[in-house]
Write a protein of this length. Structure first.
Length: 194
């Protein structure tokens, strides 16, 4: 593949990734209208940041293993997902009362031939861990990006972890959002594990 073709391919992939992320976040309820409080933010805990980070990394890695293929961060370099490297993460302020923070991670993965089968497998796997499906949406891939469709869904557990999974025959994504905590360590960027 020559350099121009490779750059065009990356450009289409990035546009598709941004579209996928926007659709996933907007249609699953992750994005709240400006000025509205996210009801999940009021479910704060005093759990240690390290415990919440470990759970978020585990949930992300489970998705990667279950779905298969190469998963990358949304940066221009397309840094490959590494379950032992949380250094790209930092606590995000919650909008509830008090000074609380949560971890949030989004990565992009390969397309699947059958999004419905991928979603069924995903839901079945995480329901066994106590997650409950709270939302599902189907969307066609815009014609200028390619052909196919996506299925986006949201799963949540009683601990406050939320999975936003999208399986599509153009690309796939997962965003894992952890519960809020008042642990001050959440303000410190995690480092890579040895």
């Amino acid at each position: 593949m020559d350099a121009q073709t490779k750059n065009q391919s990356r450009s289409v992939s990035r546009r598709a990734a941004v579209l996928a992320a926007t659709l996933c976040l907007a249609l699953t309820g992750c994005m709240m209208p400006l000025g509205e409080k996210n009801p999940r933010d009021s479910q704060s805990s005093s759990k240690p940041a390290a415990e919440l980070l470990q759970r978020m990394m585990e949930l992300t890695e489970e998705t990667v293993q279950l779905h298969g293929g190469r998963w990358v961060h949304g940066d221009p370099e397309e840094t490959v997902w590494d379950a032992n490297d949380p250094s790209a993460l930092q606590g995000i302020p919650c909008s509830g009362p008090g000074k609380t923070y949560r971890y949030d991670n989004m990565i992009f993965g390969p397309a699947v031939d059958d999004p419905a089968a991928a979603v069924d497998k995903y839901v079945s796997h995480f329901e066994q861990q106590g997650f409950v499906e709270t939302n599902r949406y189907n969307a066609d891939v815009p014609a200028d990006i390619g052909s196919g469709y996506y299925i986006m869904l949201t799963l949540a557990d009683k601990e406050g972890n939320i999975l936003f999974y999208q399986a599509g025959n153009h690309l796939s994504t997962v965003s894992v959002e952890g519960p809020c905590t008042d642990d001050p360590a959440m303000k410190i960027r995690p480092s890579r594990e040895p």
